[in-house]
Design a protein around this ligand. Sequence first.
Ligand code: F6P
Length: 504
Amino acid sequence: MTTFEDLKTFISSQNIRVIIAADAETVVLEKKDGQVSQRLLSGGVSVVLDPLAKASSAVYIGRSKTEDEKEIVGKGETKIEGDRGSYILKRVYLENGEFDNYYNGFSNQTLWPLCHVAFENPAFHRLWYEGYVSVNKKFAESIKNEIKGDTFIWVNDYQLCLVPKFLNRPKNAVIGFFWHIPWPTWEAFRILPQKKEIIESLLMCDFIGFHRGYQARNFIETVRREFEVRVEEETSKIYYKGHVTTVKSLPLGIDTDVVSDIAKRDKKEGTLEILIKKILRTDEERKNESPYIEYFRKYKVILGVDRLDYTKGLLLRLDALDRFFENNKKYIGKAIYLGLMAPSRDTIPSYKALKDAVEEEAEKINKKYGKNGWRPIHLIYQTFSREEIVDFYLHASLCLVTPRDDGMNLVSKEFVMAASFSKNPGMLVLSQFAGSATDLSQALIVNPYDKSEVVNAIRRGLEMKREEKVRRTRAMAKVLEENNVYKWGVDFFQNTIEARQPQR
Ligand code: F6P
């Protein structure tokens, strides 16, 4: 098993300065009543990048998320310290309108729907692209200011496609790009008006990583169809205008150490208790005080943990739950669905519309089956800390991760890891369209569009013998431990450095 120390040793043996550039920052600064506080994010890719930044003592360039930060740190930097290491966090600030065009516009209403097969139409506006160009330029400038001696530049995800172009192959630097979302087929990608500029920029990297083989293959095919390139099949090297880019799939793993530590800790009654008291209590229960854990004993809790995003298949999931209660009356009054939905991109019309549609659907199902104070669907629209989420994972009877399309999906991996510490683990029902389905093959794998398949999997998961759940969950946890985030980190650094070496 690769450890944090292995990654650290590997980086220091390379004698290279590491710069990580990502749309999200890892720590958000907020000011309340004159006091500055630091808020750690509990989900998303930046959570994974935080330990990697620590292991490599990196300079992390992120996009500022709060107005307060401009005032607190301005052009300065924040030192992020932890038990295992530290790194410097610098921020790129966006001007009025830039956020809308770069983030809400081109990143999340053009590229995001274009790359996910979720049947959401991408929108194309020149102004969005201009905003995206100017923010990518800003990132590139910040990176350039940090290049000193041999430097490793890690450009993270689809929000920063044009950064390699604006870096313009700096001397003594090696560039690795990781693309976390799916890459669609050429037939889908070719409609993007700015496709050539984006692909040419990506081809200025030494290495491009994707989570799964089909995503890497789609990328190579897109490049082949759009440009005169030579592709060396054996090594996945693309030769274009005298430069070589290696393309590979490197599936992202989770920080199994952190999830295991939290899962093993003694839990204090906290958010989970308050939440359960609020949502599961019937009038009768209210009279008889009982610890919150009783509610997990009394009801089978089917859990969903997602960003509120149309790619996550939330409406298909609710539809399947409706059918589940219809076909399995014995679960009425006995099981509930607890959907934790993290607010996301909530000023984009399609995200607002989805929230309304999900709430409406939940209401319909609750009206149909609810009785004696019991309701089948409970939706909570807020974010939770990592500790709280792991607590939910430990107690749930089942977890539904049913995206229409997903580059990887870390919820499914963290759920399995946490559940492996439970005496009676919950079972995972996982969409075959999540990148993680390849790693988590012992889960109940479903096509989220096939309602009866999902309904059967929910029932099967709830009724599976404890021994079988333990066996499957432990087998998957072993795979997760062996392919953790540190292995991914070493693989990414190593592959990028090796990709560059022949040209030095
Ligand atoms: O995995 C894709 C991704 O966009 C990441 O880059 C990001 O961490 C996550 O999804 C959440 O998206 P957002 O930062 O837009 O809320």
